[in-house]
Design a protein around this ligand. Structure first.
Ligand SMILES: Cc1ncc(COP(=O)(O)O)c(C=O)c1O
Length: 454
């Protein structure tokens, strides 16, 4: 039964008339390759709510794909951006330097795991941070090989695509890809043999990595391993601690740099400022973006000072890298995250989501797995009889959520996983309303599909 809504307001059928008109224009003017998850045109956004051009209000469980952990338009961030906009918009850091760039580099060095001296370079996007981390690692080590992992995602540039491990839609017919890039197996705990404990499975996967170093690429050829401590696009796969620590130790023993891609896991999403802390590792380099600046385009590579200093002046950077609006926004976001302990809040949100979804799992055999770290939670749907990925069911649930006013995304190579990326400022009541709607959507789609519920 549909409950009355406190926050969501959707009326007159979706998409609304103004949205339909914009969709027509979008179709004519915007390249088809730019994918859209929903027919949604946003007019304004605040906290965890999105208001569309037709006057509908949605709860945002996608958070700009993990970009607004601090919420939409946090007042202090908006004020900082406005103040900066009145001063200057752009000089290019290579031409006219500015204090917020330096302050942000200092702050990131302080916040990221690792007790050694650190330095940073600021860039524009996640993919650009990955590109630069690879450049820096190669320059420092004098080696070319870069290892990434199955089901990993690192962006849409040439190196990003080369390191990414989902063919459609990210790589299909876009090759050839960058040479000297290799994929090693990443754990998928949901599919682990029943006879193995989580930690045993982690150790098993470490042994697979040891084999990989014999069969695919020798350590002497490898500049770096790049790993998402919890995989994002790949399905919110939380690897066993023994795996992450095991790979990190192998890297240390063999002179291979360890790059943590914390673009999706960073800034409180997993319950700590950076997921590397949870796994007990101190990466040589960390790539950061997304929730760093509440949606302004900025990213960073932060790491060991001696490694970061390997490239010579002029070999890193770019016209817009570390733009002043992004820097002041990032400094304001970090202040807010620390003041409001948004990492702690992430734990609470994550527990609520997992507990609600676990009780749904008892009801619906199609829910194969509920997993996550902090508020980086996901639910994997499978066909109850065969265990095969239930992509169509998930597409139906996501669509039903949208029609009821909740924006939520899928993940995984089969797109059979629903992932939660709610802003961490979401209130308990908003979260509750969103979870109620997701439960309704699951019930309805099961009913329509005639799928089993217990
Ligand atoms: C782990 C990870 N790395 C890299 C990227 C690429 O970031 P961007 O889309 O800003 O280029 C993403 C984006 O989703 C990501 O999740």
């Amino acid at each position: 039964m549909t409950q009355p809504r406190k926050f969501i307001s959707v009326s007159g059928g979706l998409p609304g008339e103004k949205t339909k008109e914009l969709l027509r224009r979008r179709e004519q003017a915007v390249a088809a390759g730019v994918g859209n998850n929903f027919p949604l045109f946003v007019e304004s956004a605040k906290g965890a709510l999105l208001h569309d051009v037709d006057g509908n209000t949605f709860l945002d469980f996608a958070g700009g794909i993990g970009t607004v952990n601090a919420g939409h338009c946090p007042p202090e961030v908006v004020d900082a951006v406005k103040r900066q906009a009145d001063l200057f918009l752009h000089t290019c850091f290579h031409v006219g330097m500015y204090e917020p760039y330096v302050a942000l580099a200092e702050k990131l060095a302080e916040l990221t795991p690792g007790s050694f001296p650190k330095k940073a370079v600021l860039l524009n996007s996640g993919a650009e941070a990955v590109e630069n981390a690879v450049k820096i690692a190669r320059k420092f080590s004098g080696k070319a090989g870069i290892v990434s992992f199955t089901r990993g995602f690192h962006g849409r540039t040439l190196m990003g695509m080369s390191l990414t491990s989902k063919v459609k839609p990210y790589k299909y017919k876009m090759g050839p890809f960058a040479p000297a890039t290799y994929k090693a197996p990443f754990p998928y705990s949901y599919m682990r043999p029943e006879s193995m404990s989580e930690e045993e499975y982690g150790q098993f996967c470490v042994r697979q990595f040891e084999d990989f170093l014999l069969t695919e690429a020798a350590p002497e050829e490898l500049a770096a391993v790049i790993m998402e401590p919890v995989q994002g696009e790949g399905g919110f796969n939380v690897p066993p601690k023994s795996f992450v620590k095991g790979i990190y130790d192998i890297c240390k023993q063999n002179g291979i740099l360890f790059i943590a891609d914390e673009i999706q896991t960073g800034f409180g999403r997993t319950g700590t400022m950076f997921a590397s802390k949870y796994f007990g590792i101190e990466p040589d380099l960390i790539t950061i973006s997304k929730s760093l600046a509440a949606g302004l385009p900025i990213s960073a590579v932060v790491g060991r000072a001696d490694i970061m200093d390997a490239p010579n002046p002029g070999e890193l950077g770019g016209t817009y890298g570390g733009n002043p609006l992004g820097c002041v926004a990032a400094l304001a976001v970090i202040k807010q995250m620390e003041k409001d302990d948004l990492s702690g809040r992430s734990e609470v949100i994550g527990e609520r989501i997992r507990s609600r979804c676990t009780s749904l799992q008892a009801q619906y055999p199609a829910i194969g797995d509920v997993r996550g770290l902090g508020a980086m939670c996901a639910v994997e749907f499978v066909e109850p009889d065969t265990g095969k990925p239930a992509k169509t069911l998930v597409a139906g649930i996501v669509r039903a959520c949208y029609e009821k006013g909740v924006i939520i995304l899928t993940a995984g190579v089969h797109a059979n996983i629903i992932r939660f990326l709610t802003p961490l400022v979401i209130t308990d009541d908003e979260l509750q309303e969103g979870l109620d709607i997701i439960a309704e959507a699951i019930a309805e789609v099961h009913q329509t599909a005639g799928a089993n519920s217990r």
